[in-house]
Ligand binder design. Structure first.
Ligand SMILES: Cc1cc2nc3c(=O)[nH]c(=O)nc-3n(C[C@H](O)[C@H](O)[C@H](O)COP(=O)(O)O)c2cc1C
Length: 433
C-alpha cells in the first residue's frame, strides 16, 4: 500500500474549515517550522510522499470578484509557492518524497525542468511534480490571457509540455559530468544533447543546464478525471490521485485508468492509483464520530460554493440554494463536476447541500473509526482493487497527521499492509517496491 499526504501551502486542504478548527495553528502556514513539523511526522510514518496542491489565483468566480473567497477563507484564499518550501524540507528530511504542483498552462518547460531537476538533486532523488492544466479564469487573468484555454487545448499543450520536459531531463546522460580537474575536462559534451524541439506550443533548443538528476526527472503525479484527463494520466503519470466517494466508483476509476496504460505502451502497475480519504481516528468509535461532528459543524456552505466556483470556472452565486445543481457545461474540472451531478441526483441534494459537502472536504470520503476500523477499511479498498493506496487529507494542522501516523500506520504495518521502513534510495523506488 502506498501513502501520500495532501497539503496546500495555505490554510486549507480539502477541508476548507481547517483554519477555523480549534486544533489548528491558523497563522502557522506562513512559517517554516509548521511545514517541518508536518514533514517530520509523515516521514516517521514512512509515507511515500507529501505533496502540495496549488492554484495561481485567489477565487474570483463566485460573485465576480475576490471578496467572498478571501473574506471568508475558501480553499484558494491564500497559498504560498510550494517549491521553495520543498527546497527547505529537502534539508530537514531525508527519505520522504516531496511533491509540488506546477501548471503546464502557465509555465514554460525549460524553467520548470530546471526547478524540478534542482529539487531532485538537492533532495537526493525525492522530487515529484503534480502536473495540472489549471482550471479557471482568475488564473488566466494573472498570466495575460483574457480567456482560459479550452479544456482539450489545455491537454494538447500539456502533452507537448511533458514531452519537452522529459527530453530536457534526458539531455544529459548520467555519466556526462566528468569534473576532471587535472585534465580540465568538465563534461563529455558528446553525452549532452540539444533537443531542438519545435511544436505548436513550444520551441526549445536545449540542452538543460543541469546534469542528470538522481531520478532523471521527478515522479509524475496527475489528477485529471475527464476522459481526456485519464488518457493524459495513462500516458505520463506514475501516481494518479483521484477523489471517489465510494468503492464501486473507486473500482471503476481504477480499472478504467489501468486499462488505458497498454495504449501508451505501459503496464497497469506502472501507474499507482491513490484515492483520497479524510480519516477521523478515535480511541473509540464514539470519539471518532465526535471528532467528525466537531469538524463538520464548522462548515459554511457558501464557502464551499466559492471553492466550487473556482474549480468549475462557473459563478454559482446566482443560483437558488434550495434547488438541485444546474445542468451546466463546465470548462473547469469536468470529471469532478460529473461526479457532483451524479451524487446530486442519487441523493436528492440541493445546491446548499453540495456547498456544505464541498466545504467539508470537496468530495473526499470521511472515514471515522478506531485505528483498527480505518486500517481495515483501507485494506479492503486495496484488496478489492479500488486503489493502490491513499492520499490522506488533514482536517487540522500542523498536528492533523499525528493520530494517523501513531495509531493507524502501526496497524497497517502489523498486518503486513505497509512498509516498516523505506526501501530503496529514491521516491520512484518506493513506488515500484
Ligand atoms: C483530485 C484532483 C485534484 C486536483 N488538484 C489540482 C491542483 O492542485 N491544482 C490545479 O490547478 N488543478 C488541480 N486539479 C485539476 C486537474 O489537474 C485538471 O486540470 C482538471 O481536473 C481538469 O481536468 P479534468 O476535466 O480532466 O478533470 C485537480 C483535479 C482533481 C480531480
Amino acid at each position: 500500500m502506498h501513502l501520500a499526504a495532501f497539503l496546500i501551502a495555505g490554510n486549507a486542504a480539502h477541508s476548507q474549515v481547517l483554519w477555523r478548527h480549534p486544533d489548528s495553528s491558523p497563522g502557522g502556514f506562513l512559517k517554516l517550522d509548521y511545514y517541518a513539523r508536518i514533514a517530520r511526522t509523515l516521514e516517521r510514518g514512512k509515507f511515500d510522499l507529501l505533496f502540495f496542491a496549488d492554484r495561481l489565483a485567489v477565487s474570483t468566480r463566485f460573485g465576480g470578484d475576490h471578496r467572498y473567497g478571501v473574506g471568508h477563507g475558501d480553499q484558494d484564499a491564500t497559498r504560498l509557492d510550494p517549491l521553495p518550501i520543498l527546497g527547505a524540507l529537502a534539508a530537514l528530511t531525508s527519505r520522504i518524497g516531496l511533491g509540488a504542483t506546477r501548471s503546464t498552462t502557465y509555465s514554460q518547460p525549460y524553467s520548470l525542468a530546471r526547478e524540478f531537476a534542482t529539487l531532485d538533486h538537492l533532495s537526493a532523488g525525492r522530487a515529484a511534480w503534480n502536473v495540472v492544466t489549471s482550471v479557471n479564469q482568475g488564473e488566466a487573468n494573472n498570466f495575460g490571457l483574457r480567456q482560459s484555454l479550452s479544456h482539450d487545448a489545455r491537454y494538447d499543450r500539456a502533452d507537448e509540455f511533458l514531452d519537452v520536459a522529459h527530453q530536457l531531463w534526458g539531455s544529459w546522460a548520467p555519466e556526462a559530468l566528468l569534473l576532471e580537474a587535472g585534465s580540465g575536462r568538465y563534461a563529455n559534451a558528446d553525452l549532452v544533447s540539444a533537443i531542438a524541439h519545435s511544436g505548436p506550443y513550444f520551441n526549445v533548443r536545449g540542452p538543460l543546464n543541469i546534469p542528470a538528476s538522481p531520478q532523471s526527472g521527478p515522479v509524475i503525479i496527475q489528477a485529471g478525471s475527464s476522459q481526456r484527463g485519464q488518457d493524459f494520466a495513462a500516458r505520463w503519470s506514475e501516481v494518479v490521485f483521484g477523489i471517489q466517494p465510494d468503492l464501486p466508483r473507486m473500482q471503476r476509476f481504477y480499472q478504467d485508468l489501468k486499462g488505458r496504460a497498454a495504449k501508451f505502451g505501459r503496464k497497469p502497475d506502472d501507474i499507482k492509483v491513490l484515492t483520497a480519504m479524510m480519516p477521523f481516528v478515535g480511541r473509540s468509535r464514539a470519539e471518532a464520530e465526535e471528532k467528525r461532528a466537531r469538524h463538520n459543524a464548522l462548515v459554511d456552505p457558501i464557502v464551499g460554493l466559492s471553492t466550487l466556483s473556482s474549480h468549475m470556472n462557473v459563478d454559482f452565486s446566482g443560483y437558488a440554494l434550495d434547488a438541485p445543481i444546474a445542468d451546466l457545461e463546465v470548462a473547469g474540472m469536468q470529471g469532478l463536476f460529473s461526479l457532483i451531478r451524479e451524487l446530486s441526483s442519487e441523493r436528492q441534494l440541493t445546491l446548499a447541500d453540495i456547498g456544505r459537502m464541498y466545504a467539508s472536504g470537496v468530495l473526499v470520503p470521511q472515514v471515522a473509526g478506531t485505528a483498527g476500523d480505518i486500517a481495515d477499511w483501507m485494506t479492503h479498498i486495496v484488496a478489492q482493487q479500488g486503489a493502490d493506496g491513499f492520499v490522506i487529507t488533514p482536517v487540522h494542522l500542523p498536528h492533523g497527521f499525528d493520530d494517523f501516523v501513531d495509531l493507524v500506520v502501526p496497524q497497517l504495518q502489523r498486518h503486513g499492509q505497509f512498509r516498516q521502513d523505506y526501501q530503496g534510495d529514491t521516491l520512484r523506488s518506493y513506488l515500484q517496491a
